[in-house]
Design a protein around this ligand. Structure first.
Ligand code: XIL
Length: 367
């Protein structure tokens, strides 16, 4: 009888253990010796109003980037008013769960506060620039791991984007932004972040920029390649060349906003410029119910190719961050065409791992 009971118990324990084993693998664990694995966090998730997402974040990721709440329009809505509420909550969440924060971002032409929109005086822009960087970066020094100090300062041809900062402060403003950030946040890593900088011309512009910062004796610790690409058309050779060229500058390389759109593009260009929009149509939104298996495979293959490359260069790569937790939460449902149904991430709308998730896991050495 006792023997029978203990046999039953043994079987029960094995079944339980099996269930535990059968749990989905964790990205942050399988890549723990390789690079950090991050996700963007939106306001709901930071507020604790999306328990399923928060659970998944704790299970899968060891790095987070605030999707919006540390951008200028939110964190400094008025000339003299700051709103640190969400950013402070993010810091608390990350601390509790042993997650590194990449703060995003200090200087960017987009999502600027309303009072900046028609600012004419160079003196005022300079005052804003100094105050914003100093106040925000110093508050989070030692609390965030890194800052995207400057975001998206380059045009596709590698020249500097003609935004309010270039216009009013001149072409040294990026060096100055890093100099101010270095002073305000001496314990925080400082990065330049942009999209399409794997492309040869824009990459050359980014390299010139980084060299200029270094030549000025100012600290820059890394470069973030955003990684908003198309499934089935990921520019693998350019990405590999970029990892080599950027890491040769003695800085960390990161993929910071990874997502692979499965939808047709309204243009023949690839862009993540948030100010670009296009008209929708049924043809532009083909998978409103579900993603067909054939496309799931294309997505999984692109992710597998990418992570195989990332593993080859794991010594040069510090972090891979996905831009969102699940498909339903991706900004690509709204960009560049409003109201589409996109499937660019590793988890579906019910937080279930997709084929692409397992294809990524399969590239890890210790899964
Ligand atoms: C996007 C956010 O995901 C959206 O919620 C927001 O409406 C617009 O910005 N490059 C960046 C990110 O550096 O900050 C952008 O995030 C996507 C493109």
């Amino acid at each position: 009888m006792i023997k029978k009971l203990s046999t039953l118990l043994f079987i029960a324990v094995m079944v339980f253990a099996d269930n535990v084993d059968a749990q989905i693998p964790s990205l942050k664990n399988v890549f723990k010796n390789d690079f950090l694995i991050g996700t963007a966090m939106n306001a709901q998730q930071i507020e604790g109003k999306d328990a399923a997402a928060d659970e998944l974040i704790k299970q899968q990721f060891n790095a987070v980037t605030p999707e919006n709440c540390m951008k200028a329009e939110i964190i400094q809505p008025g000339w003299d008013t700051y709103n640190f509420d969400l950013a402070d909550k993010l810091v608390a969440f990350a601390k509790k769960n042993n997650i590194k924060i990449n703060a995003h971002n200090l200087i960017w032409h987009s999502q600027l506060p309303g009072f900046m929109h028609h600012m004419q005086s160079a003196d005022s822009v300079r005052e804003y620039f100094i105050n914003h960087i100093t106040k925000v970066a110093s508050r989070y020094d030692g609390k965030v791991y890194s800052w995207d100090v400057v975001n998206e300062a380059l045009n596709e041809d590698g020249t500097l984007r003609k935004d309010i900062f270039l216009d009013k402060l001149g072409d040294n403003y990026i060096v100055e932004a890093f100099r101010l950030a270095q002073k305000a946040a001496p314990h925080t890593k400082l990065y330049y972040n942009d999209y399409n900088i794997e492309q040869p011309k824009k990459r050359a512009g980014a390299i010139a920029l980084i060299k200029k910062i270094q030549a000025a004796g100012v600290r820059i610790d890394g470069v973030g390649i955003q990684g908003h690409w198309k499934a089935g058309a990921v520019p693998m050779a350019d990405i590999e060349e970029s990892i080599k060229e950027f890491s040769a500058l003695g800085i960390d390389v990161m993929f910071t906003e990874l997502d692979l759109s499965v939808l047709p593009s309204p243009w023949d260009k690839v862009t993540a410029d948030v100010s670009e929009t296009a008209q929708g149509s049924a043809k532009m939104n083909p998978y409103t119910k579900e993603l067909p298996d054939s496309m799931q495979r294309v997505l999984a293959k692109s992710y597998a190719d990418l992570f195989t490359l990332f593993m080859k260069y794991k010594k040069q790569i510090g972090r891979i961050t996905f831009w969102g937790v699940n498909d339903g939460q991706s900004w690509l449902n709204g960009f560049p065409i409003h109201g589409r149904t996109n499937y660019p991430l590793l988890f579906d709308r019910n937080f279930k791992p997709k084929r692409a998730f397992y294809s990524v896991i399969a590239t890890a050495k210790n899964h």
